[in-house]
Design a protein around this ligand. Structure first.
Ligand code: OAD
Length: 235
C-alpha cells in the first residue's frame, strides 16, 4: 500500500536525530529525565529564571552545531526529490528544533515546535537567525531593545506553529508516516487519529512501539538510521 503513495506526510520527532547525538526527551536517559521541563520549557519558567532557560538552550544550540545529519535525514531528503520526480510531494513536518533535515538536503520543512537556531523578539516579534549563545543582555537586531530575545521554540502551554498548513497537508496526503516520536505530545500526537478519520493509510517507524502504536496500519521498528532508508527504498 505505502509503495504506491504519491503525497506523503512525514512527521518526525527526536528519534530521527538520536543517532546524530542529540538525544531524545522521554527515553530513560532523555532530556526530560535529566531536566525538569516545567523549569526550562514554559513561558513562566522563562519569566522567572531567563538565565537558566537561556543556558539550557545555549547548551543544546552548541551541541546542534557539533552534530551532523544521519542516514535517516538523508533518506528523507532523497524521498522528497524522488516524489517530486514522479509528480508527488513530501510534506515534512518536524517536531525537532534542530536543522538536520535542512542540512541533509530537505528543502520544504515545517518546524511545528520552532527552531533552535533562531531568536524571537518578544517586543517587536522579529525572528532572527541566531547561532551564538543567547543572553538576557543581548539586543534585538531589529528594534535594538535589550533583554527581549527568546529562543524561537514552542514551550509547554504555547500553540505550535503552522497548524493550519499542517492540517491541510495531512488531509491532502495519501500516506501518513510518523518517525521517531513517542506520541506523547499533542497536537502532533493526534495527527495519526486525524489521518485515520480521513481514511489515510498510516505507518509508524520507531525504535519500539510508541504510545500510539495501536493507531497505525503498519509499523517498522528499528533504529531510524536503518529503518528509514529501508522504508524509503521500498517507497
Ligand atoms: P520523545 O523523546 O518523546 O520520543 C522519542 C521517540 O524516539 C521514542 O519513541 C523513542 O523510542 C524513539 N527513538 C529513540 N531513539 C531512536 C532511534 N535511534 N531511531 C528511531 N526511534 C528512536 O521525543 P518526541 O516525540 O519528538 O517539545 O517529543 C515530542 C516533543 O516533546 C518535542 O518536540 C519536545 C518535547 O517536549 C517541546 O519541547 C515543545
Amino acid at each position: 500500500m505505502s509503495n504506491r503513495a504519491k503525497r506523503i506526510f512525514v512527521l518526525t520527532g527526536a528519534g530521527v536525530s538520536a543517532e546524530s547525538g542529540l538525544g531524545t526527551f522521554r527515553d530513560r536517559d532523555g532530556l526530560w529525565a535529566r531536566y525538569d521541563p516545567m523549569k526550562l520549557a514554559t513561558p513562566a519558567a522563562f519569566a522567572r529564571t531567563p538565565r537558566e532557560v537561556h543556558a539550557f538552550y545555549n547548551a543544546r544550540r552548541a551541541a546542534l552545531l557539533r552534530a551532523e545529519p544521519n542516514a535517516a535525514h538523508q533518506a528523507l531528503a532523497r524521498l522528497e526529490a524522488g516524489l517530486a520526480d514522479r509528480g508527488g510531494e513530501l510534506f515534512l513536518c518536524t517536531q525537532n528544533i534542530d536543522d538536520l533535515h535542512e542540512r541533509a538536503g530537505s528543502r520544504q520543512i515545517v518546524h511545528m515546535h520552532g527552531e533552535l537556531l533562531k531568536a524571537r523578539c518578544t517586543a517587536c516579534k522579529t525572528v532572527n537567525v541566531w547561532r551564538d549563545d543567547l543572553n538576557v543582555t543581548d539586543s534585538c537586531p531589529a528594534c535594538q531593545r535589550t533583554g527581549t530575545l527568546r529562543p524561537h521554540v514552542v514551550w509547554f502551554g504555547e500553540t505550535p506553529f503552522h497548524l493550519k498548513a499542517i492540517n491541510a497537508a495531512l488531509l491532502g496526503s495519501d500516506l501518513f508516516v510518523a518517525i521517531g516520536t513517542s506520541g506523547a505530545v499533542y497536537p502532533a500526537a493526534g495527527l495519526v487519529e486525524d489521518a485515520n478519520r480521513a481514511g489515510i493509510r498510516t505507518c509508524e517507524i520507531n525504535l519500539e512501539p510508541s504510545a500510539n502504536a495501536h493507531s497505525f496500519d503498519e509499523a517498522r521498528y528499528g533504529p531510524a538510521s536503518e529503518a528509514v532508508p529501508n522504508w524509503v527504498a521500498a517507497v
